[in-house]
Structure formats: C-alpha cells, structure tokens
Ligand binder design. Structure first.
Ligand code: NAP
Length: 550
C-alpha cells in the first residue's frame, strides 16, 4: 500500500468506519485473477467472490470437446510478469481448455492469490448504502458483506441460454448446454447425439463429437461462416523464440484494433487486382487463427461488394471440402456475409459432414417442434437420441450483471436501466451506480479478451488508488459523459456491416424476451483497442473527466 493510501485507510479502519472490504472483486476468471493480484500488491483489504467451486470463469465451465481459444496462446496469456512469461510453456498455438485452466491455476498459485478468493460464493444482490457509501452484498449462502468498491468481472458469455422448445424438461437422457458439459467425461461412443445450434461453440465441438459418437445429428437454424484454425504444437525451441519476442508481441497487440498480432492489409481492396486478392486469401485461409478475418482488407467489414467477393471465395472453399453439394449449400450462409458475425474458427468442421454417422438437419426448413422423452420431433420427422447438447448461446454482456439484483441509490435497479441494452461510461462504470467498476463489461474494447481485460485492470487499479489518496469515498459517472459515450459507441456501429449481424454482438438472442432481431443492443465498442486506450488515457489525464467524486 502506498503511504498516502495507508494514511487515508488507517484512520477509517481505526474509527470502525471501514466496511468489511475496500474492494470486492466478483468473479475469479481471467479479469478477476489479475485484479486481485494488483490489489494484493497494494495491500488493501480485498477479496474475490466466485460463484463456482473453483477459479477459471469461462475456462472452469466450457469443458466440451474441442474447446480452445482462437487467440494465439502467447497473445492470450497475461503480460504483467516477465517471470511468468519465461516460465510458462504453451504447448499449442491455440491452447485447449484444460491447458488454459491449468495456466490460470498456475498463475493463482504462483502469486499466492487463492487465499484471497472465496468459492461457492454467489453474489445474489448488491444494494448501495447511501449513508456509508458502501455496497452491501447478499450472498446465496446467507452472508452479508460490505465493501467500499465492487469490481465486477462476471464475464460476458457466462449466462447460457436454453432454447424455448416445448417438452425440454421431458427428455430422459443426459441433456445439457455446452457451457455445462459434464466435468466427468461422458462416454459418447455408443450414443446417438443431437447438437442444437451452429455457433462458434458447436463448430468446435461437432468434429470432436462426430469422431466419438455412434451418430451425430446437427440441428442448424442458420449456418455460420467458419474458417480453419490451422492449429499446431509449439515445441520447446519455438517457445524459447516466442519468449524472446514477448515485448514485440504485446506491443503489436496494443497497436492493432483487435489486440492480436494480426494487422489489417491496408493496401486497399480496390487498389489490387482480383488475382492479387485471391492470392492473399489463398495464403490467409491456410494461415493460423483469425488471419483470414483480421489480416484481410479493412473494406470487407464495411463495403458490401468487397464482403460479397470474399464471401463467395470462402463459399467455394466450403464447396471443395464438403462432398455432398446439397449439404455444402446448406452450410453456406446466405443471410450475412463472411466475418460480419464473430468468426468461428474450426478444425475439420466441414469434413465432419462427410462422415457416414453425421447428419445435418435444416431447422429453418423443418423446425424443431418439441423435445420428447426419447428425442425430438421436427415438423417432418421423429428422432431418437441418447444425449442432447444445446449449444444455443448466451445472454451476452449484460446477463452476468443482470443475474445480480443490483440496486443503486434510491433503489434504482441496473437491470431496469439496461432493459433495452447496456448504457455505460467507457464500458467501465454506469451513472447512478456509484463505486462500481466493470472489468470486461459491455461497451469496453472488443479485443482479444485478456488484452482488453489487462487494460481495464490497469486503469481501475490506479483509479482506486486515486480515490484512496484523495480520501474520496464515492465516485459516480456523470449522466452527460455516459450519454456522450453511448452516442460514440452507437456511431462506431454505424459504418460497419456488423451492425446488421443477427448475433449477440447486436444483442440478438431468440431465447430471450427483448432480444429480438432489430432491437439493437450496443454491446461492444467497435473503435478498436488503441483508440479505446487513448480515450482512457485522455480521460485520466483530464482528472478523470466525466466522473464525480466526493
Ligand atoms: P452463438 O454464437 O450465439 O450460437 C448459438 C447457436 O444456437 C446459433 O447457431 C443459433 O442459431 C442457435 N440457436 C439458438 N437458439 C436456438 C433455438 N431455439 N433453436 C435452434 N437453434 C438455436 O453461441 P456460441 O456458439 O456459444 O458462441 C458465442 C460466442 O462465444 C462466440 O461468438 C465467441 O465469441 C465465443 N466463443 C469463443 C470461442 C473461442 O474463442 N474459440 C469458442 C466458442 C465460443 P441462430 O443463429 O439461428 O440464432
């Protein structure tokens, strides 16, 4: 703790005027782990409250076969500790879930953070006490905890949604959302498996389940574009070389809009010939990770004609990979262009449909009518299954916060304020909800997650120190600053084709009321990491413009 912080906090504590904690961090995922590390280093009383029995957040839950990230592993890890960077060996270019979870455990153990974490501690309610300028947290185990500040690191894809299909409770076999894939491995070898949904998650798990299950039937309502991940192992010597480049790697991530090593091709789509464009795409299709998406011409995100040409190129690649031309056409999206929705990366996804044990059912042509005790019925057929996997998405961005009954001064509820979508100041705070910061919340920079999360924690930590050293007890975003930020967030959607996406990026979710297509929810900040970082810097240098203190 700095001397100034100690000077402010010690008399408060001596006078018995201190809450249980100065900071409660909600969530022990990637963001929460780093936040508690920074707070521990400062020596302030802080704890992490985690609803799960253990740490890891996203990586605690998503244990479905094939789960891995689409970020290059060495751009996904924390950048804050040289020692950690030197010690950790990522074994694959795109780390699978078990390794990522092991990594997070390693970090927590290395820095002694576990003792600052409480598990099975779900925060159900948060009420702001105006008399003491503290949050009073109600936990599902009946405890009440008071804290000056709350740092919510609840995850943006942490509230899974099930389809609203008649009879869903009646199925007699194992049925689960992919987010809740059983922790004890489930043997699928003699099973008839159904997968409902074809988003990024399903696109990862389908090829793996196809290899194992007796039969796999995929119910696809709308196809998604997908492209090869091109994963590979990382040898000792490659890892040694990566370690020498870490400074450069993180500098590049800080410079690129998406927080990756991928930099857009800035030659200009129309400045190069169609043959050159094709040659680029041939290279990018076989390159690792998001290259085909993020090393591409920037016009593909904004210009319908440019996007259509690329989409046709990718459609041809799908046609080359899927033997049955009818199935291939069903797998090619017709309602949106390539990369307009968040691009799922795949490993053998399209080839899975060449297997004899895999069937694709078009749920647009023949919708699912009901789930039955032994399978499901569509408008055309009756199916028998042993296992049903719902890979049907999330109450994205606001779901995690909405699940907590958050009441600001005057009893105003956050979930009411956000009924039509999130409104924030810089994705970090919400006017009317003092002493609350969000790490990776809605309307923060949409980047390679850990890069944006480190940025948020590296902003929040000195911000809290500023509060302590100035003896402030309360901060709140100004309504006007929030409104201005919201307008800017909206504006950043306008030029992009993704504004039309029927996906969680625009708040669409057919399984939730109020999330119908067309009722856009401005969930992310599309201005890119560097611009977002600059705006944070300017606001900070301007004495935290837009924030009221007392
Ligand atoms: P998602 O993209 O929202 O996909 C949900 C799928 O379920 C869609 O195909 C949707 O069809 C379908 N669906 C939903 N409700 C349905 C219903 N009632 N009947 C039939 N189909 C239904 O969810 P997700 O695949 O879990 O991916 C979410 C995000 O998680 C990704 O975009 C990505 O950001 C992240 N993720 C990342 C990774 C990674 O880093 N590698 C991996 C997995 C996920 P419609 O399109 O017709 O609605």
């Amino acid at each position: 703790m700095s001397e100034q912080t100690a000077e402010v906090l010690a008399p408060r504590e001596a006078a018995g005027a201190a809450p249980d904690y100065e900071v409660v961090v909600i969530g022990a995922g990637v963001a929460g782990i780093y936040q508690i590390k920074r707070l521990k280093d400062l020596g302030v009383r802080a704890t992490v409250l985690e609803a799960n029995p253990d740490l890891g957040g996203t990586w605690y839950h998503n244990r479905y076969p094939g789960a891995r990230f689409d970020s290059e592993s060495f751009t996904y890890g924390y950048s804050f500790s040289r020692e950690l960077l030197d010690e950790w060996h990522w074994t694959e270019q795109f780390s699978p879930q078990p390794e990522t979870l092991r990594y997070l455990h390693y970090v927590v153990d290395k820095f002694g953070l576990r003792e600052h974490m409480q598990f099975d501690a779900r925060v159900e309610a948060m009420v702001f006490d105006e008399d003491t300028d503290t949050w009073v947290l109600g936990l599902d185990d009946g405890r009440t905890i008071t804290t000056r500040f709350v740092a919510a690191a609840v995850g943006v894809l942490s509230t899974p949604t099930l389809p609203r299909i008649e009879g869903i409770e009646s199925f007699e076999g194992p049925a689960f959302h992919s987010f809740h894939w059983p922790h004890d491995p489930i043997d699928l070898s003699d099973k008839r498996v159904a997968v409902i949904g074809t988003g990024a998650t399903a696109i990862q798990l389908i090829p793996e389940v196809a290899k194992e299950a007796r039969t796999l039937t995929v119910f696809q309502r709308r196809p998604n574009w997908a492209a090869p991940l091109n994963n590979a192992p990382i040898s000792e010597s490659e890892m040694a070389e990566i370690r020498t480049r870490y400074d450069e790697i993180f500098a590049t991530c800080a410079r690129t809009p998406g927080g990756f090593e991928h930099e857009p091709d800035r030659r200009g789509f129309y400045n190069v010939s169609p043959e050159e464009r094709r040659a680029l795409w041939d290279r990018l299709y076989d390159a690792p990770g998001f290259a085909i998406w993020l090393r591409n011409f920037v016009e593909i995100f904004m210009d319908e004609d440019a996007n259509a040409e690329l989409s046709e190129y990718i459609a041809d690649r799908i046609r080359q990979r899927v033997h049955d031309p009818v199935v291939a056409e069903k797998l090619i999206p017709k309602d949106h262009g390539f990369g307009v929705q968040r691009l799922p990366m795949e490993t053998g996804y399209f080839e899975a449909y060449n297997r004899d044990n895999v069937e694709l059912v078009d749920s647009t042509e023949t919708p699912i009518v009901r789930i039955t005790p032994t399978g499901l019925e569509t408008t055309e057929r009756t199916f028998e299954f042993d296992v049903i996997v719902y890979s049907t998405g999330f109450d994205a961005f606001t779901g995690g916060m909405d699940r907590i009954d958050i009441q600001g001064p005057g009893g105003r509820r956050l979930r009411d304020k956000w009924a039509e979508g999130p409104v924030t100041y810089l994705g970090l705070m919400v006017a009317g909800f003092p002493n609350l910061v969000m790490l990776g919340g809605p309307q923060g920079a949409a980047t390679n997650f850990p890069r944006g999360l480190e940025l948020a924690v590296d902003w929040v930590t000195p911000f809290l120190e500023y509060m302590w050293t100035h003896g402030y007890r309360r901060f709140d975003a100004e309504e006007a600053a929030e409104a201005e930020w919201f307008e800017h967030v909206k504006e950043m959607y306008e030029g992009l084709l993704l504004r039309t996406a029927k996906s969680w990026i625009t708040g669409y979710n057919s399984n939730l009321d109020g999330h119908e297509y067309g009722k856009t929810r401005y969930n992310i900040y599309n201005g890119g990491g560097p611009k977002y970082a600059r705006l944070l810097r300017e606001m900070t240098e301007n004495s935290y413009a837009g924030v009221r203190f007392r």
